[in-house]
Design a protein around this ligand. Structure first.
Ligand code: SAM
Length: 282
């Protein structure tokens, strides 16, 4: 293997949990400080390209399919007929690409605070941006919290919160106030899905409070779906669904008959992810 003379590693150190995730890197491809955050892109030896924001791993070329598929298909096969989708964050465009695989979706608005994340993804992760020119896709660069406050009541079917960790500009995306705005923006059958960090490391600090805050905002049904994600702390991640109706049932035969390719998501994977670990809320 053609490695640099002195092998270099990028590590995301998780001080509070005494662990780290590391990638062997060939070189740094890009680094910049935007008005919102510090973005780095690396070429790794085995995981393709790596995007890091404020020191936290966002994605690698090799394993992002797990996250992007689980952030989109379970929610879209849970809603009875999703047509209007809003993605908050998601600047790398991987979730957008998955959502647009659903032919019946008519419009997807992506509200990303930092335009540079999308521009760098177009340059370094073009495969994730393959559907950016789909006429159903619309891009708005601004704060998702403000956008949601002003959204018309009942104007959205599915909200996907594909955000960074709950610090900096993303902090308010994990609050009851934000969920109240989402609840208003969604129609009667509408649902929200949000990345909810690691079931192992963040159950008490993020997953449980998220259930409580979504329920306080009106989402009477909530459910967390765990899935593997090697590049994030603990290697185990989750997406939490909230709805006015049950979110632990889905259009299983539509999921089985889907007319698009996935690498991880299947109807059986979806069914399996609904079987919560014993320590999850019932
Ligand atoms: N898969 C990633 C993860 O879980 O680590 C998240 C990927 S995506 C790159 C997250 C995006 O959320 C970032 O591009 C960030 O700019 C965006 N973001 C953070 N706060 C936001 C806000 N208030 N409104 C809109 N986008 C926001």
């Amino acid at each position: 293997m053609n490695l640099p003379d002195k092998t270099t590693w990028f590590s995301e150190i998780c001080e509070e949990h005494g662990s780290a995730i590391s990638f062997r890197i060939r070189r740094k491809l890009h680094e910049e400080k935007t008005p919102y955050q510090h973005i780095e892109i690396y070429e790794t030896t085995d995981f393709g390209k790596l995007m890091v924001i404020d020191g936290f791993v966002m994605l690698t070329s090799r394993d992002n399919f797990l996250y992007h598929e689980m952030m989109s298909h379970p929610a879209l096969f849970t809603h009875p007929a999703p047509k209007r989708v809003v993605i908050i964050g998601g600047g790398d465009c991987g979730t957008l690409r998955e959502v647009l695989k659903h032919r019946d979706v008519e419009h997807v608005l992506q509200v990303e605070i930092d335009e540079q994340v999308t521009r760098l993804s177009e340059q370094y992760f073009p495969e994730l941006c393959a559907s950016n020119k789909d006429p159903r896709a619309e891009f708005l660069f601004g704060d998702g919290i403000q956008w949601m406050k002003a959204a018309d009541a009942g104007s959205v079917d599915v909200i996907i919160v594909d955000s960074t960790d709950p610090i900096g500009p993303a902090e308010g995306l994990f609050s009851e106030d934000f969920y109240r705005s989402c609840y208003r923006a969604l129609g009667d059958t509408g649902l929200i899905v949000q990345q909810s960090e690691s079931p192992l490391l963040h159950y008490d600090s993020i997953i449980q409070p998220m259930h409580r805050a979504m329920q306080a905002a009106g989402f009477s049904h909530t459910h967390t779906l765990p899935f593997p994600q090697p590049c994030y702390p603990s290697g185990w991640w989750s997406a939490t669904l909230g709805g006015r109706q049950a979110v632990d049932q889905f259009r299983e035969s539509d999921a089985q008959k889907r007319d698009f390719n996935t690498q991880y998501y299947t109807a059986a994977i979806h069914r399996g992810a609904l079987a919560a670990p014993a320590f999850f809320p019932s």
